[in-house]
Design a protein around this ligand. Structure first.
Ligand SMILES: Cc1cc2nc3c(=O)[nH]c(=O)nc-3n(C[C@H](O)[C@H](O)[C@H](O)COP(=O)(O)O)c2cc1C
Ligand code: SF4
Ligand code: SF4
Length: 296
């Protein structure tokens, strides 16, 4: 068996859970992307390299873009991307391929895995069913990796087809939304990628905040400082919603966190998410993708 590394980024546990299961099946290492981002170079000698991430605004999260720009690997390596999403992969896997191609490498294969939506409520969805289908999907992903399949394999092909021609319009709508979230006068001329870091300008805490610091610990990019017992956001946000969803007192509001909806993968803990500084050997260990009895 070739040596494998599965890198992941995750705010609420979906991508972590998928990456963990794939890494286990490939007998590879599981590595949090957030633990690598203070490095100028990220060399990998693995033969099989995976990059697992959530889809944000129908595209690749900023931190995963930076990671793909920094990761250095042999051109013979088999590299796969796994996008987890609540609806469709959008342009994310193509963007990942474009970044690798611009560096003389290629994405060998890309896979979509449908997971519960973590940004807004979809009342018609059964999370139990989604977790069950995700398990089957991961079987397919692992078999495809073992067979060294090439290509991009989406789950929701019709939605993917419908969305593709509207990608530019979606980006303009996202920019307007993020301008509002970041208190930036519109039109600002800023791109979605430029607006995401400053969209934390409207995050605030209410009287329920007890200064516990969980939000700062789960933030993948050290974007929160606790000052006088309250979080202060530092304008390098990734929009992962970890601070909002893992806050034990539900004290955070504003910007993209205004919906009041919460999501956390039931088998993942705040400690798992906070392990961005963990060494490879001390990787988080969510139980499995099995439906949790507490989840309907
Ligand atoms: C800021 C933000 C934007 C999102 N945009 C999309 C999207 O465009 N399409 C989609 O299908 N899901 C979208 N989602 C949902 C997540 O991609 C999905 O729930 C993912 O599995 C969460 O992964 P995580 O738990 O590892 O953070 C978005 C979530 C967030 C927080
Ligand atoms: S996690 Fe919540 S309660 Fe704890 S410091 Fe952050 S906002 Fe306050
Ligand atoms: S500030 Fe909150 S939403 Fe932004 S990157 Fe940190 S944890 Fe994620």
């Amino acid at each position: 068996m070739a040596n494998a590394e599965v890198y992941y980024f995750s705010g609420t546990g979906n991508s972590l859970t998928v990456a963990k299961r794939v890494a286990e099946r490939l007998r590879g290492d599981l590595v949090p992307i957030a633990s690598m981002m203070d490095r100028e170079e990220i060399p990998s000698e693995a033969d099989v390299i995976g990059i697992t991430f959530p889809v944000y605004y129908a595209d690749l999260p900023n931190i995963v873009r930076r990671f793909a720009e920094t990761l250095d690997f042999d051109e013979t390596a088999y590299v796969f991307g796994i996008a987890t999403y609540g609806g469709a992969a959008g342009a994310s896997l193509k963007t990942l391929n474009r970044i690798l191609t611009s560096r003389g490498r290629t994405l060998s294969a890309g896979f979509g895995v449908h997971m519960p939506q973590n940004a807004f409520r979809k009342p018609w969805e059964s999370r139990r069913r989604i977790y069950r289908q995700a398990r089957k999907r991961i079987d397919f992903v692992v078999r495809s990796i073992e067979a060294r399949k090439r290509g991009i394999f989406y789950t929701n092909v019709p939605l993917q087809r419908i969305l593709t021609p509207f990608q530019e319009r979606l980006r303009r709508m996202t920019a307007r939304y993020l301008e509002e979230a970041s208190n930036t006068p519109s039109p600002s001329g800023l791109t979605v990628e430029e607006l995401i870091p400053i969209s934390d300008r409207s995050f605030a805490v209410n009287e329920r905040c007890n200064g516990c610091g969980t939000c700062a610990r789960v933030c993948p990019v050290n974007n929160i400082e606790i000052v006088n017992g309250k979080p202060v956001w530092q304008n390098r946000c990734e929009n992962c919603l970890a601070c909002y969803n893992w806050c034990p007192t539900d004290a955070i509001r504003g910007g993209i966190a205004k919906s009041g909806y919460h999501y956390r993968h039931p088998n993942v803990t705040a400690h798992d998410i906070a392990s961005r500084h963990a060494a490879r050997a001390a990787c988080p260990s969510p139980a499995s993708l099995d439906p949790d009895p507490r989840v309907q």
